[in-house]
Write a protein that binds this ligand. Structure first.
Ligand code: SF4
Length: 322
């Protein structure tokens, strides 16, 4: 099998919290705590988990917008954490990001044409008339009119602004797009339009996506594989179909049970988890999920389960499958 486009190994991000009069490090937030996965060319990997589970930090570390505390990131086989600034700038052209809040990620004082053109200027692509032509093409590509290039972000709806964000990400012809909650701020009807657009663009340009979301139902149709995160760790990675039909990890089961099913005969009971997600500054000993897990055993409070391959080929970190 060919090499994955992106591979991350043992990625960690610890944020020190300083306190007291002397400003000493009083505690450490383990936002991401040893995450490994790979993404193949043309594939979509969904990363799902509740707010604060480390999914966005993982996405940002994968393109080195945040420097990891430990771990490795390989893009096309290159260890990008060891690249010089200029090498990293060149590599960043191949990895683009789409953000959750299209309004916050677009400069309100710039015209849409200028916003989309900017990454091409940064990466020295084409002359000014070539870039303007490409802006028009990109606007058409994402379902907007070239005429909109002269308008400002506030003149667009949320869905249209996200289309502008997508056009901007596509401007430099990236290979990998990391989409961080790209439809969470949109109405449900607009969500599916944007998801369909992302799928069409993927087929057309053989794009690879990492699609980050807090809602399993959103990533279901777009992802080939899904990684579920809890408290800075991946607890299950599986191909999408198997994960949705037969979730293995108790946390995945609980998340899935909260997804509404449009079938009155389906009587799946919702699993209500007790308590809140613990603070990543004080993760529980043993399995990070043990104090909320409905099927926790004695060993769960003592030993950290490792992510292991199960019989059907998925990866699960849970003592139930040891
Ligand atoms: Fe639940 Fe134990 Fe599995 Fe953790 S290791 S998910 S506590 S059964």
């Amino acid at each position: 099998m060919s090499e994955p486009l992106l591979k991350v190994e043992g990625l960690k991000k610890y944020f020190p919290i300083k306190g007291g009069l002397l400003g000493k490090v009083s505690e450490t937030v383990r936002a991401v705590d040893g995450v490994s996965f790979s993404v193949n060319e043309g594939e979509t990997l969904g990363i799902v988990g509740e707010s604060g589970c480390g999914k966005s930090t993982t996405g940002r570390m994968a393109m080195r917008l945040i420097e990891p505390t430990a771990g490795k990131v390989f893009f096309e086989g290159k260890d990008i954490l060891n690249l010089s600034k200029s090498e990293m700038r060149r590599t960043r052209k191949d990895i683009q990001m789409i953000f959750q809040d299209p309004f916050a990620s677009l400069n309100p004082r710039q015209t849409v044409g200028r916003i989309i053109e900017e990454p091409m200027i940064v990466h020295h692509m084409g002359n000014s008339s070539e870039r303007r032509k490409r802006v028009d093409e990109l606007l058409e590509l994402v379902g907007l009119s070239a005429y909109y290039a002269k308008r400002y972000p506030h003149q667009f709806s949320g869905g249209q602004r996200q289309r502008i964000g997508i056009a901007r990400a596509l401007a430099v012809r990236p290979k990998l797009i990391i989409a961080d909650e790209p439809v969470s701020a949109l109405d449900v009807s607009v969500q599916s339009q944007v998801l369909n657009l992302l799928q069409d663009l993927q087929k057309r340009f053989n794009l690879t996506y990492i699609f980050i979301a807090h809602d399993l139902s959103v990533v279901r149709h777009i992802s080939n594989r899904v990684a579920v995160m809890y408290l800075g760790k991946i607890v299950e990675i599986s191909d999408s179909e198997r994960l949705y039909d037969h979730p293995e990890h108790p946390y995945t089961k609980a998340l899935l049970s909260a997804v509404p099913i449009p079938d009155p005969d389906n009587k799946t009971n919702r699993i209500i988890l007790k308590g809140d997600v613990p603070s990543p500054a004080h993760p529980p000993a043993g399995c990070p999920f043990h104090d909320r897990c409905p099927v926790a055993m004695d060993i769960c409070a003592k030993e950290v389960p490792v992510l292991k391959k199960t019989e059907d080929g998925r990866l699960v970190s849970c003592h139930l499958y040891d």
